[in-house]
Write a protein that binds this ligand. Sequence first.
Ligand code: NAD
Length: 459
Amino acid sequence: MCRNGTYICIYQETKAMIDFAHTIGQRKKALEKLLHTIIKYEEEIVKALYDDFKKPGFESVITETAYVISDLKETISKIHSLTKPKKVRAALLNFPSSDYIYSEPYGKVLIIAPWNYPFQLAICPLVAAVSAGNTVVLKPSELTPHTSATLSKIITESFSKNHVTVEEGGVEKSTELLSSRWDYIFFTGSVPVGKTVAKAAAEYLTPVTLELGGKSPCIVEQSADMALAAKRIVWGKFINAGQTCIAPDYILVHASAKQLLIEQLKAEITKAYGTDISTSPDFARIINAKNWERLVNYIEPGKVIFGGIHHKDNLYIAPTLIDEPDLKSELMQNEIFGPILPIISYQNEQEIHTIINSYEKPLSLYVFTKSDRFSDFILENFSFGGGCINDTVIHIANRNLPFGGVGHSGMGAYHGQSSFDTFSHKKAITKRGTWLDVPLRYAPYKDKLKTLKKIFKWI
Ligand code: NAD
């Protein structure tokens, strides 16, 4: 924030700051410092996540700290190759020339993060933005105050104030930040707030990445290995207590396989979390009372075939299976984002079409099958951000795959090379030779059209 208390001048100051952020060596040094600081505070981060929503330590390491540390290490090791201008094939029409793509930082980046993976989803975009040479203001979620405070400490210790800062706060803070001018906005969160962000960005024609949500289907065809499918669905659905943007939202299972799948799902839930799940150290809590109430209202007691137990005092909701919900119910009209898993049977591929296409394009889609024909049919017929064949969620672990939504589940993508590219303007440069100047393009054009047409036919 600048001396007169507005963010406008952050934008102006950025112009001067960019020189500092431009140096590859300095970016690398800053990221190394961040890595060192995260390793130093790793236990504190895990504790903060536990204090915020009883996130199990194992899940915090696998989905937050270890994930971020490995992302940082890879970015640091690749920073020179990422930032180097890329030589591309020159156009014959421009002969003689050599052509390059320069990656230029946008400048001042605003990152707004959600609460559900509050460390990873704040730090990974930040690492990418810094590697690309930008300066960053990070607004973490107000719903995870312990993690946000730790994040703030880590950032303050790792970066100078004019390079990266954290602005803690809720909607008001976000609104205030969004009213200013930025060179890039990276938002992760819900669809309605995504729209607000896009509107604010439009004011200054600021480019945005929107990482949003939606109802991600999980299709189980009758040829699938049901025991393995159940194990992988249970893990992907109930990690973080179902509060994962790419968690399977609902199951579409072939009617002939439904009973077997349900039995396997029940067995896998019990295997993972025991018979009294409320005492399991491996199952997180709902983030706050508002979300707990929203989720409890989705549970129609008559349709519960497993779980359904909930305790308001500690924001617990058991892993819950719902049989054949009404597609018009609140449960099936909203992104669930909690440990409730509706199971819907289908008879034929037309029914899959009808159900999936009644929603906006999802962030993820999962299909369990041994049939290549069936998985090809799904991939060719439905648009979604990304997904897995015969697993859930784990496509996010491969940094060679871009991660992002399509349509209402978001725009833009990151991870690996895509992360660096997201935060870089690609400046296209043609460097012409001066030893030859083909006269064809210059006026007067008389008698040149025939030759031009011949050349266009040839190239
Ligand atoms: P949210 O949209 O409520 O909040 C996200 C961020 O926006 C927070 O920092 C919050 O303070 C801020 N915010 C909230 N209301 C705002 C407003 N009116 N104006 C400006 N800023 C505002 O989302 P959430 O509850 O934190 O996260 C859950 C949602 O995020 C789910 O829909 C989930 O699918 C999605 N999500 C998507 C991804 C992804 O990578 N695609 C990852 C995690 C979560």
